[in-house]
Ligand binder design. Structure first.
Ligand code: GLU
Length: 322
């Protein structure tokens, strides 16, 4: 029997609330405060339809999902060749906070691990942390179609304990991969991670990437198609860190996770997905968020390697799903 997509999402969220595997990130305290059972999902179609289930009004920090946005910004500003002089695009098979660069290339493996993301943050236009963050926030807001803001508490608390990212930034500076002050870069990067979003924001940002860089509601082109193709390629191969292979085979669409429990996933040309729930697996990915995206990818036949017939290419919120 055919059921409406909204009913399907509601039922799935209700079911997943019973799944208590994983733990929320313990630090910083203000990021993990609140009920760990919160769970939400949102879909944004290329036609501009938004469907949300669960705790869709609750905001959480974007964390590492922001790495995809700053990578796109750096590419848009400097072009592929210049950006890739500083950072490679190879899956690392490592956790997000590994303190190492590749032995052979001498560069961070990719822009989705912290080594690469810190270098990429330094390539965002702006003379200092304030300017780079202002441009980052403005670009994320254009993707989301509304003005976003930063969580001051999460930013402050994370800055007080970000020894590992400082170690990475100093390593990059010592190797001359980073050409600006390591403290400024960690500061700007931590602010970019502390931007507050809802699942609807994530779905809308994902929808902008799904639509080749044009924000579907405002019609504004935020990134070129070429930049989006590059970002989605790296999200597909590296976006889920040391879980990337399993994600590509099991889910099959580009995605990026964050340790506050958010996941942004993109079905190119079709739709954007935002999912959120704070309990994380060993890879730092939301347990329920992963299940939500995986289930939707199966139900809506989103896997990129499925070779869908052309008639399945578009989804519309008014349609029902079998
Ligand atoms: N702010 C976190 C860090 O860089 C983000 C990590 C993540 O979301 O994977 O340590």
């Amino acid at each position: 029997m055919a059921i409406q997509l909204k009913d399907l999402l509601d039922a799935r969220v209700d079911e997943l609330r019973k799944d208590t595997r994983g733990e929320p990130m313990p630090e910083p305290p203000s990021m993990s405060s609140g009920n760990p059972e919160r769970c939400a999902v949102s879909l944004y179609s290329s036609a501009g339809d938004l469907v949300t289930a669960g705790d869709g009004d609750e905001a959480f920090t974007i964390q590492s999902i922001s790495k995809a946005m700053t990578y796109a910004m750096a590419l848009q500003e400097h072009g592929h060749e210049e950006v890739h002089r500083h950072v490679d695009v190879e899956p690392s098979g490592e956790a997000y906070h590994v303190i190492a660069v590749d032995d052979v290339s001498g560069k961070p493996d990719n822009p989705m691990v912290n080594t690469g993301a810190l270098v990429v943050h330094s390539l965002v236009p702006g003379a200092d942390a304030d300017e780079r963050f202002a441009v980052t926030l403005e670009t994320m807001s254009r993707m989301a179609g509304r003005q976003l803001a930063m969580d001051e508490d999460v930013y402050r608390e994370e800055m007080a304990s970000t020894h590992r990212n400082l170690a990475i930034a100093h390593l990059l500076r010592a190797k001359d991969i980073l050409q600006v002050d390591p403290h400024e870069v960690v500061d700007g990067y931590t602010r970019q991670c502390s931007v507050l979003v809802t699942v609807e924001d994530l779905a809308t940002m994902a929808g902008t990437l799904a639509a080749g860089g044009v924000q579907p509601t405002t019609g504004e082109r935020v990134f070129s198609q070429e930049v989006v193709r590059q970002v989605l390629s790296v999200m597909l191969t590296c976006g889920m860190y040391d879980d990337a292979g399993d994600w590509v085979s099991g889910v099959g669409i580009p995605a990026k996770s964050g340790v506050a429990g958010g996941i942004l996933a993109v079905a190119p040309g079709r739709l954007g997905i935002g999912a959120w729930s704070p309990r994380l697996d060993d890879h730092g990915t939301s347990v329920r968020g992963r299940e939500l995206v995986r289930g939707l990818a199966q139900k809506l036949e989103l896997h990129l390697l499925d070779g869908r017939p052309a008639t399945k290419l578009d989804w519309d919120a008014r349609e029902s799903v079998d």
